[in-house]
Unconditional design. Structure first.
Lengths: 114, 111
């Protein structure tokens, strides 16, 4: 089945220690997104790629970066994680961004910062 | 700024007791309204997309409806396996494909 895969499912890091989260997709979608979801809160868009074009949300902290080396993979880098960055990180994909295309989500990576 | 408000925050139903979840939204121009189901510790699972007022979509025990200011997710004769958090999200024509989510309604169905 075509799907969105996130690794690892659980990640523990130390305060200030860089961490990378991974997302891959077999849907061959053009657009990939990263959302942050804190406990009992709504998912919040951090940034997205339309093909190789990177689009950052205005209120996404500089501490968060992303890379998309090819169509299938996208990475979320947190350069110096703080306690407030503990959250579920959700990767999503959509076929296009010119219409109201459905976004399909992966299972998420739960990040714990010690 | 786009806003999405879901009510109630939590809902407890007995198996077979039908009810509705509400999603009120404010956008410049609606591109689409999306309903997702999220189980604990998992990513949101797509349910429906609604594009214009008056539109309705159904899937098993779920039916989603849309007006110019709100959407309802009707659950008919729910079962315990329908227990989950239901998320509503909107896309605004002004902001492209960005999804703005509500905080969700936590549904618990007891047998």
């Amino acid at each position: 089945d075509a799907m969105v895969i996130q690794n690892p499912r659980y990640q523990v890091t130390q305060f200030g220690k860089p961490v990378t989260l991974s997302c891959s997709q077999t849907l061959n979608h053009n657009v990939m997104y990263w959302y942050q979801q804190k406990s009992s809160q709504a998912p919040k868009l951090l940034f997205h790629y339309y093909d190789k074009d990177f689009n950052n949300e205005a209120d996404t902290p500089d501490n968060f970066q992303s890379r998309r080396p090819n169509t299938s993979f996208c990475f979320l880098d947190i350069r110096s994680p703080g306690l407030g960055d503990a959250a579920m990180y959700l990767c999503a994909t959509s076929r296009d961004n010119r219409v109201a295309d459905t976004q399909y989500f992966g299972p998420g990576t739960r990040l714990t910062v010690l | 700024e786009d806003q999405v408000t879901q009510s109630p925050e939590a809902l407890r139903l007995q198996e077979g007791e039908s009810s509705s979840l509400n999603c009120s939204y404010t956008v410049s121009g609606l591109r689409g309204l999306f309903w997702y189901r999220q189980d604990p510790g998992k990513g949101p699972e797509f349910l429906f997309t609604l594009y214009s007022a008056g539109e309705e979509k159904e899937k098993e025990r779920l039916k989603a409806t849309l007006t110019k200011k709100e959407s309802f997710l009707h659950i008919t004769a729910p079962k315990p396996e329908d227990s989950a958090t239901y998320l509503c999200a909107v896309q605004d024509m002004e902001y492209g494909n960005k999804l703005v989510f509500g905080a969700g309604t936590i549904l618990r169905v007891k047998s």
